[in-house]
Design a protein around this ligand. Structure first.
Ligand code: MG
Length: 344
């Protein structure tokens, strides 16, 4: 009989720079770290909860209080159990799922990427995200992006063409574009994408609002760049609804309720010949190393958050030529930079 118990700790991950997207800004992100004890082995997980998504320390603690982990046969059963406890709560479900996978791989004494049969321990080159910022701030952020091969820019500013042209004057790096639902006029969105296609941009994420699938389909048929779903696609259930309207999807563990859900999305996307990005919220090394364990199954990576925060409680992942190299240690390979938040 497996013995499983949970500990948890609330945390605020502080950003180096205020983060602005088209409709929102913040300076820190509420996190809940989870330690899952499985037959004497401890696995760690993380819930990152940007406020606009509706989860918080309070909702996570409320969910955790309802948890009474049964003896589990594996990740699929854990996923079913967590979904039976309550709907929503994607990030805190992800924290428990990640911690369980960390413990499972540690018990097998293999790195997590091997547990998933990922083809490599190296991620695709990660982008480094520049939020919407002043020209002075953008110059600084471009310098911060130096270790990365690609940058991701957030659109929805007053003048997106001028923003892109300004960034192009500072760097020749390939650009991933994220519009975060900023466009309400599909013709205007297409004109902008036509321009972006001339600026060494590789793809455009979520140009239209979540439920405007007709407009996304219209763009899908006309866009010179691949259109990716982010906010429109959290889980594999969403994927079924949006798959004909996008060329690819951005998988985030905090949306997919963790690694089990992430693997389901990868499988579904591949069955439909869709491209895959693996992305993140503002996460510590814990969430990022979890995502990195399946990143080599994906086409693009956007796993930059440990390099954007001031108080990551773990050592940063290894970054080589802009790609994350996962640890060869069992599980996630996390190393505390501070004393463990779960000290006895
Ligand atoms: Mg996005």
């Amino acid at each position: 009989m497996n013995s499983i118990s949970l500990q948890y700790s609330c945390f605020d991950l502080v950003l180096k720079h205020e983060f602005k997207i088209s409709d929102y800004s913040r300076t820190s992100t509420p996190i809940v770290f989870v330690a899952l004890h499985l037959n004497g082995i401890i696995g760690y997980g993380e819930a990152s909860m940007p406020p606009y998504l509706g989860e918080s320390h309070e909702t996570a603690l409320k969910f955790l209080k309802k948890i009474n982990l049964p003896s589990l046969s594996g990740p699929s059963e854990l996923n079913s159990y967590l979904n039976s406890v309550d709907t929503g709560n994607y990030a805190i479900k992800a924290a428990i799922d990640i911690a369980y996978h960390d413990a499972l791989a540690k018990s097998l004494e293999i790195p997590l990427y091997q547990y998933f049969n990922s083809p490599s321990s190296v991620s695709p080159p990660s982008s480094f995200t520049l939020g919407i910022a002043s020209q002075k701030e953008l110059r600084q952020k471009i310098q911060d992006a130096e270790p990365f091969q690609r940058i991701k820019i957030k659109l929805g500013s007053d003048d997106d063409r001028a923003l892109v042209s300004f960034i192009r004057s500072l760097t020749e790096k390939e650009i991933l574009v994220d519009a975060n639902r900023a466009y309400h006029d599909r013709e205007a969105a297409l004109r902008l994408i036509d321009f972006l296609a001339t600026q060494n941009c590789l793809l455009v994420e979520q140009p239209m609002p979540v439920n405007r699938l007709e407009d996304s389909l219209w763009l899908y048929d006309r866009s010179p760049l691949p259109i990716f779903a982010d906010e429109s696609c959290k889980t594999s259930d969403d994927f079924e609804n949006i798959k004909d309207c996008f060329h690819g999807i951005n998988i985030k563990l905090m949306k997919s309720t963790g690694l089990f859900g992430g693997q389901q999305l990868i499988k579904a996307a591949r069955q439909h010949q869709k491209k895959i990005m693996i992305g993140c919220m503002s996460e510590s090394s814990c969430g990022i190393l979890a995502a990195a364990s399946i990143a080599s199954q994906c086409d693009f990576a956007d796993l930059d958050s440990p390099w954007m925060v001031t108080n990551n409680p773990f050592e940063n992942p290894q970054l080589v030529d802009g790609s994350i190299h996962v640890s060869m240690s069992p599980g996630l390979g996390l190393k505390w930079r501070v004393p463990s938040l779960f000290a006895d």
